[in-house]
Design a binder for this molecule. Structure first.
Ligand code: CP
Ligand code: NVA
Length: 302
């Protein structure tokens, strides 16, 4: 193995490892060999998924391993049995345990059990597998990302945090545009600003963030588990729709990105989401290439 025992956040990688993972993600599958030959990879999902499940399952198969999917209800983290019992048992079957959880603390406890390699497939805190794909897509478009500008419009959520971390590690300028109550705290901005060689700023005004930006990202206003707050959230984000006029303020070569699932007419207009600047489908497909790169890295492929 690579020595990397867990990826709960992009910061578990650091800049050098992130670059190595991206290099592995770009390599033809045949060059990676079959570093997971004969190995199991557990995929535990407490929330729904389309992209993450399919991209992880295919990436495991491409590396010679065997993915085993289980729904959160079947595993019952801390309800059917304690998280520590679950991970100690799964460690006997699988080389890697990957999980999508409501509570990031459950991933921390899995990692701290120190019995196997743990990967975050989305938590309330972060979505590092998404961020790997995000920077892979942007690098295909722009080459070296250092000095390029990424704008985030909307909720400072799990996807925003991981995208900010990855972008900063690669030397990008990160500009956040988030409404009051849904923004990054001062402490969080300070933490981000200490990562890598990039820079981070925050504003309440989407135009400030987007003007001259090379990639404009957004995400749903209502993440999984926040459905009870949907009305309040939609009101708070009403001025944060990414539309054609906002994209006009971006750089001439700017692209639009979204982790999906997307809600046309809310966080993004159909015109932008389905328009020529949109890279959302390439970004979704990059989930598989990025997952393969990360798993290959963790399995020791170089
Ligand atoms: N972007 C993403 O993680 O999508 P899924 O929820 O479909 O996995
Ligand atoms: N922020 C969203 C991302 C979905 C992939 C959520 O957590 O539901």
């Amino acid at each position: 193995m690579s020595g990397l025992r867990a990826m709960l956040d992009i910061t578990d990688l650091g800049a050098d490892a992130l670059r190595e993972v991206l290099d592995l993600s770009r390599r033809p599958i045949v060059e990676l060999g079959r570093p997971l030959e004969g190995d199991g990879v557990a995929l535990v999902f407490e929330k729904p998924s389309n992209r993450t499940r399919h991209s992880m399952e295919m990436a495991v198969v491409q590396l010679g391993g065997h993915p085993v999917y289980t729904r959160g209800e079947e595993v019952g983290l801390d309800s059917r049995e304690p998280v520590e019992d679950v991970i100690r048992v799964l460690a006997g079957y699988h080389r890697i345990v990957a999980a999508r959880v409501f509570d990031h603390g459950h991933l921390v406890r899995m990692r701290d059990a120190d019995v196997t390699t743990v990967v975050n497939l989305l938590s309330d805190r972060s979505h590092p597998m998404q961020a790997l794909a995000d920077v892979l897509t942007m690098s295909r478009e722009f080459g070296d990302l250092s000095g390029r500008t990424v704008a985030w419009v909307g909720d400072y959520n799990n996807v925003a945090r991981s995208l900010s971390e990855a972008s900063l590690l690669l030397g990008m300028e990160v500009r956040l545009a988030c409404p009051d109550g849904y923004h990054a705290s001062v402490e969080e901005l300070e933490r981000l600003s200490r990562l890598g060689s990039g820079s981070v700023t925050q504003s309440a005004d989407p135009r400030v963030a987007v003007t001259g930006a090379h990639a404009v990202h957004t995400d749903t206003w209502v993440s999984m588990g926040q459905e009870d707050d949907a009305a309040v959230r939609r009101a708070a984000f009403a001025e944060y729709t990414v539309d054609g006029a906002l994209m006009e303020a971006a750089a001439t070569e700017a692209i639009f990105m979204h982790c999906m699932p997307a809600y046309r007419g809310l966080e993004v207009t159909a015109e932008v989401f389905d328009g020529p600047r949109s890279r959302v489908i390439e970004q979704a497909h990059d989930r598989m290439h990025a997952a393969r790169g990360l798993l290959a890295y963790m399995a020791g492929a170089r």
